[in-house]
Design a protein around this ligand. Structure first.
Ligand SMILES: Cc1cc2nc3c(=O)[nH]c(=O)nc-3n(C[C@H](O)[C@H](O)[C@H](O)COP(=O)(O)O)c2cc1C
Length: 174
């Protein structure tokens, strides 16, 4: 089972659509995947689940347990202001420490409206996940100009699809 994290809490996010698309590509490889969507996080988790309140928010604990039990992860990361969304860092800060992501395998997919495909965001996130002891798959997939390359829930760009398939092959044997 692979755990795909849609890394924003924005409603109707394209990250969620890309996460579902990735899940369907994995299914075609007979590989099951579940999606953690940060959109569903408890609205007050930054105050009710962090620091002195760690472990006290039952709804947040469901997310935390899913991360703890996961083996392989795909982070689908939109570019927000040249980095990844702040809610993702707050989410990571709310997870157990030492991190249950240690020694877990992680692949990264970035998307953006602009030309970078979240490249900087993926670098920033790589630093953090490496610090936590996760093992990052070397191949990152970047999906720039994503609005122009998504239609009816599917990635339409041939190169993007090739890259996603290549990453999936590597992730399955990672
Ligand atoms: C708060 C915010 C900041 C953003 N900053 C950038 C940015 O720095 N560069 C860029 O190319 N796109 C930026 N975008 C556009 C997103 O990268 C784009 O909408 C992305 O496809 C998917 O985000 P979503 O999952 O929220 O739909 C930003 C969007 C939001 C909501």
């Amino acid at each position: 089972m692979i755990t795909i994290i849609s890394c924003t809490n924005r409603t109707q996010s394209l990250s969620r659509i890309v996460a579902e698309y990735y899940q369907s590509l994995l299914a075609a490889h007979n590989t099951k995947a579940q999606i953690i969507d940060l959109q569903g996080l408890p609205k007050d988790f930054v105050f009710s689940a962090l620091y002195g309140n760690a472990g006290k928010n039952e709804s947040f604990n469901v997310y935390s347990d899913q991360v703890a039990q996961g083996e392989k992860f795909v982070f689908v990361v939109p570019e927000y202001n040249g980095s990844f969304p702040g809610v993702l860092k707050a989410f990571i800060d709310g997870l157990e420490y030492p991190s249950k992501l240690a020694d877990k395998k992680v692949a990264l997919v970035g998307l953006s409206s602009g030309m970078q495909g979240s490249a900087l965001a993926l670098s920033h996130l790589t630093d953090i996940l490496s610090y936590l002891g996760a093992n990052l798959l070397g191949m990152r997939v970047k999906l720039p100009k994503v609005e122009e390359n998504l239609k009816n829930g599917k990635v339409t760009n041939e190169l993007y699809n090739q890259l996603l398939q290549e990453q999936i092959q590597k992730l399955i044997t990672f």
